[in-house]
Ligand binder design. Sequence first.
Ligand code: ZN
Length: 189
Amino acid sequence: MSAKIVCVGRNYVEHVKELNNEMPSEPVYFMKPFSSVSDEIVLPGYSPMHYEGEICFLIGDTLKVGFGFDFTLREIQSKLKKKGLPWERAKAFKGAVVFSDFVDFENIERLGLEVYKNGKLVQKGDVSLMIYKPEFLFEDIEIIFGLNAGDVVMTGTPNGVGLVEKGDVFEGRILENGKILVSKKWKVK
Ligand code: ZN
């Protein structure tokens, strides 16, 4: 039971701008416990929840890729940020992550993601748009936190984040060279 989920914040320029955040001079990391992983998208009920679709990597003998939502309680996060307090209440709550299956891929440089909300494309991004590329992140995370089999790295979200509402249907896709490698659909409970 040593696995962890390391998340990267502010890794796409357009998303940094949409939240009026400062451009990072080094990667912004935070973690989610595995207790925050859910099979279904469930609203917490006490604060609005935003979706952030992300390209995720599962560390192991072979590196695998999957789609993940880094769910965020944005109002709570904004308050915590202003006060300089930790983000767990906004990022590590029950149901704060869902993942697709993790699958093999060939070329890490050619991976991308798409998020559909009720059939409409709301987020689109790929590795070429990342400020810090996956290979750099793996080395950096290994130095700081250690990176072991079973760990997951969530590489940040492109622009287009927004509200999750009851009854919404979300689909997350991971693409390689524009072709779908893995996808998953959820209906919000
Ligand atoms: Zn995120």
